[in-house]
Design a protein around this ligand. Structure first.
Ligand SMILES: Cc1cc2nc3c(=O)[nH]c(=O)nc-3n(C[C@H](O)[C@H](O)[C@H](O)COP(=O)(O)OP(=O)(O)OC[C@H]3O[C@@H](n4cnc5c(N)ncnc54)[C@H](O)[C@@H]3O)c2cc1C
Ligand code: SF4
Length: 481
């Protein structure tokens, strides 16, 4: 089999075909195509099958990457799928949207040796898309049904991954979400050009057909108190994500024509579903024909600039206070945005936002330079005095990150344990401090993070809930004897 592997010196790294910018900016469909089978096999054959697989350590799920690459290189796709899905509840989603350059591919040894990483994410996606096409993705069929019911609050990646594990053990699982569709940020945050919505819907449908019950449009704190839910279920998982947008502390930031990134992206995603969105129809959340300035340098900012291009903005500029090398967003997404016509104003920070009765009119921009490293080790941006200038803007989108909402207030239970930053305090990774039978996972524990970490935490929470219930049952049996 060795001749089918170690081809990194003779085969160049390749991604599936990317649609040209002129074509892809006309719609919200994904920009990358699919590998054909021969290409996936060839790319998998570049793997050097390291004794110590750094790619596996670089993956939050510790996926058995070299093993499924080997199976894919040998054309044994069904076995590759069985192995890759054993550690990941949604491999085709991670394959599409993980920032691989910072995770598995960034750690790949042949990347370090200058040959270019194996395109692990694209092969992972191909393996699972093949499995869906060939009908290898089976429903969850528990060996035995269990009476205990589990309530999961939040149908994002963390909640869905936990539901997958728990249903596998035979528990009766109900997932509550305040949105009208399941998927969390996979459906209403991340735009279709990175992740088409049918890919998420397919996963949700599989869970539904496997017996998981979804109660959508159900907000915990409004439609039931947390304590009511706790009484209804043997265990409860909180996987509610982080949704409080960080504010911009400059004059005019609360004025007309200044909108929050998630409101803007949610409206756009809803339009992709064909929903009626009054704030889009009124123009408040529609970039068409407008001069758009997006403030921020993370992945959310990249999603906003690229959405604005697709909505037909007159111009799109991203303001970021550090330089390109220090941008938190994925380098691949920045390059895609540039190809699509986005202007980047590096080392630029907003000082004020101007508006009149018609809406925003411009942004006063301070020029920055990078000073000494701060506590985080990154060079701190500092203003260059007297170098301000004005930028025309009729729509300003703030993409400065997210913090947790006030969970104790939202759930109507002021004594619930949260850390100073508002995330839920856990013992170990998932058990909520001082609340037996209550678990938490995903962004609400970690702070704004990544889908793959949500999947990992959700899967871990599923295992932890199962272990906790078994311990409870053993203790009850011993007490009864
Ligand atoms: C615009 C954007 C783009 C991103 N792009 C990427 C990317 O490319 N790659 C990547 O890896 N990560 C990306 N992320 C991060 C990723 O989406 C999150 O880390 C991940 O979705 C967190 O999963 P979660 O399950 O913890 O929370 P979420 O996905 O936020 O899901 C939480 C769910 O809980 C529900 N909920 C909240 N409160 C209640 C309540 N009281 N009652 C009922 N339901 C409730 C919400 O409606 C939501 O559906 C992006 C994030 C954003 C905002
Ligand atoms: S889950 Fe993400 S980090 Fe892990 S192998 Fe897949 S693409 Fe890489």
């Amino acid at each position: 089999m060795a001749e089918r592997l170690l081809k990194f010196t003779s085969v160049d790294p390749a991604m599936p075909g990317k649609r040209p910018a002129t074509e892809r900016t006309g719609d919200f469909a994904e920009i990358y195509g699919e590998f054909i089978q021969a290409k996936a096999t060839e790319q998998a054959s570049r793997c050097s099958q390291c004794g110590v697989p750094f790619c596996q350590s670089g993956c939050p799920l510790q996926n058995n990457i070299p093993d499924w690459l080997k199976l894919a290189a040998e054309g044994r796709m069904q076995e590759a799928y069985e192995l890759s899905s054993a550690t990941n509840a949604m491999p085709e989603i991670c394959g599409r949207i993980c920032p691989q350059d910072r995770l598995c591919e960034g750690a790949c040894v042949i990347e370090q040796s200058g040959h270019g990483a194996v395109t692990i994410g694209a092969v992972e996606r191909h393996i699972t898309e093949t499995a869906w096409a060939e009908d290898w993705v089976d429903l969850i069929r528990p060996v035995r049904e269990r009476e205990d019911s589990i309530g999961i609050i939040g149908a994002g990646p963390a909640g869905l991954a936990a539901a997958d594990v728990l249903r596998g053990y035979g528990y009766q699982v109900t997932v509550y979400d305040r949105y009208d569709r399941a998927g969390g940020l996979l459906v209403y945050g991340i735009p279709g050009f990175k992740l088409e919505k049918h890919v998420v819907a397919r996963r949700v449908e599989r869970l539904e057909r496997s017996g998981v019950v979804f109660k959508l449009g159900f907000e915990v704190g409004r439609d039931a108190s947390f304590d009511e839910l706790r009484a209804r279920h043997a265990a409860v998982l909180v996987a509610t994500g982080v949704y409080k947008a960080r504010e911009l502390p400059v004059p005019g930031a609360g004025g007309p024509g200044v909108v929050k990134a998630l409101d803007y992206l949610t409206a756009s995603n809803r339009k992709s579903f064909g929903d009626t969105v009054p704030d889009f129809e009124s123009g408040a959340l529609n970039a068409e024909g407008r001069h758009v300035v997006v403030i921020g340098g993370g992945d959310t900012a990249m999603d906003c600039v690229r959405t604005a291009v697709r909505q037909g903005a007159a111009s799109v500029t991203c303001l970021y206070r550090r330089d390109r090398a220090n941008m938190p967003g994925s380098a691949r997404e920045v390059a895609n945005a540039e190809d699509e016509g986005v202007q980047f104003a590096w080392l630029s920070a907003p000082r004020a936002i101007y508006s009149d009765a018609s809406g925003a009119t411009g942004v006063r921009v301070a020029r920055m330079r990078l000073g000494e490293p701060d506590g985080s080790g990154r060079q701190a941006p500092e203003e260059i005095p007297g170098a301000d200038h004005d930028l025309p803007a009729s729509l300003v989108i703030m993409a400065l990150g997210f913090d947790p909402e006030d969970i104790p207030a939202m759930f109507g239970c002021p004594d619930r344990p949260v850390r100073r930053d508002g995330t839920i305090a856990t013992v170990g990774s998932v058990q909520v401090k001082g609340m037996p039978g209550v678990f938490a996972a995903g962004d609400i524990v970690r702070g704004a993070s990544l889908v793959v970490w949500g999947v990992k935490d959700g899967q871990d929470a599923g295992q932890a809930i199962h272990s906790w219930l078994r311990q409870q049952q053993s203790a009850a049996r011993i007490a009864a004897e």
